[in-house]
Design a protein around this ligand. Structure first.
Ligand code: AMP
Length: 280
């Protein structure tokens, strides 16, 4: 396994592989890898001749009051996990490699970036879209592999990849969970043992919503009220949003007459957790 930090060296590596008709799958990550990331890497290793994992904590997708500085990092462990999973290259650039002096370009997706995390984390998806565009143009993969846990992010990435003709097939993969249902996330590290049970309010809400719809409930307002009540009754939680939206357009839905996306963002202590499920 090679570790490459210079974008030019990464592109040269990919160009050489492409000339040999080898297909490349890229798994972009911010590191501190868990089994969710590894499930994406495994998909890449199985599907493509060359699996590339990028590890880059991207400053431009964090707000000024957010956890960029505190975000957990463990490069040695990440490299060992990537190597063991069969990764060919880890692309791990420095911030100055990605954003050299004078950098001033932003990729911005208008509609699907607006609600949910776009509303509560202004500028977040501009940062995501810009860095993933750069990763796609630097690594030149055939596939980009992403998790459905970040559902809105996946929609944003699919949108600009198509709009800008980047020629990458964007693949979404299911959310991996802890045995008790908590979606795996690098930010779960922020949870104290006392807060850990409260974090289950997210996955429990998703199950409750599914149950309500299965029993015949269709009114979004009623479903969301029950979910909010349940989360608010859980100690140490603060709801960022709990919304039902169209899974393709992210337009708000009033009735669950067809499958709808239930999207949640909840602060538990200093961890801001997200989760989602298509219900109905
Ligand atoms: P991150 O390092 O948090 O930016 O995540 C890197 C990639 O892993 C993104 O495409 C995420 O959606 C995906 N991912 C994060 N958590 C999970 C999970 N629990 N299951 C599957 N994929 C995940």
């Amino acid at each position: 396994m090679e570790v490459i930090s210079a974008p030019e060296a990464m592109t040269a590596w990919s160009e050489a592989r492409r000339k040999q008709d080898r297909r490349i799958a890229l798994v972009p990550t911010m590191g501190y890898l868990h089994d969710g990331h590894l499930s994406l890497i495994r998909w890449a290793v199985e599907r493509a001749e060359d699996a590339v994992v990028s590890i880059f904590v991207n400053p431009t997708q964090f707000g000024p009051q957010e956890d960029f500085g505190a975000y957990p990092r463990d490069m040695e462990r990440d490299l060992a996990l990537c190597r063991r999973a069969g990764t060919r290259v880890v692309f791990a650039p420095e911030v100055e490699d990605m954003y050299p002096a004078g950098f001033q370009t932003v990729v911005s997706v208008k509609e699907v970036s607006r609600p949910l995390c776009g509303a509560t984390r202004p500028g977040h998806f501009d940062g995501v879209a810009t860095v993933v565009t750069k990763l796609f143009t630097i690594v030149r993969p055939h596939w980009g592999v992403f998790g459905e846990k970040d559902y809105q992010q996946l929609l944003v990435i699919k949108r600009f990849t198509r709009d800008l003709n980047l020629g990458v097939e964007v693949v979404g993969r299911p959310t991996l969970r802890e045995p008790d249902g908590l979606a795996m996330s690098s930010r779960n590290k922020y949870l104290t043992p006392e807060q850990r049970p409260s974090a289950l309010s997210l996955s429990r809400s998703l199950a409750l919503a599914e149950e309500l719809v299965a029993k015949g409930e269709r009114e979004a307002e009623s479903i969301l009220r029950k979910i909010r009540d349940m989360i608010e009754a859980t100690p140490g939680t603060e709801i960022d949003y709990a919304e039902l939206r169209d899974p393709e357009t992210l337009v708000q839905v009033n009735r669950v007459d067809k499958p709808a996306l239930l999207a949640l963002a909840v602060k538990v202590g200093r961890a801001r957790l997200i989760d989602n499920r298509i219900i109905g």
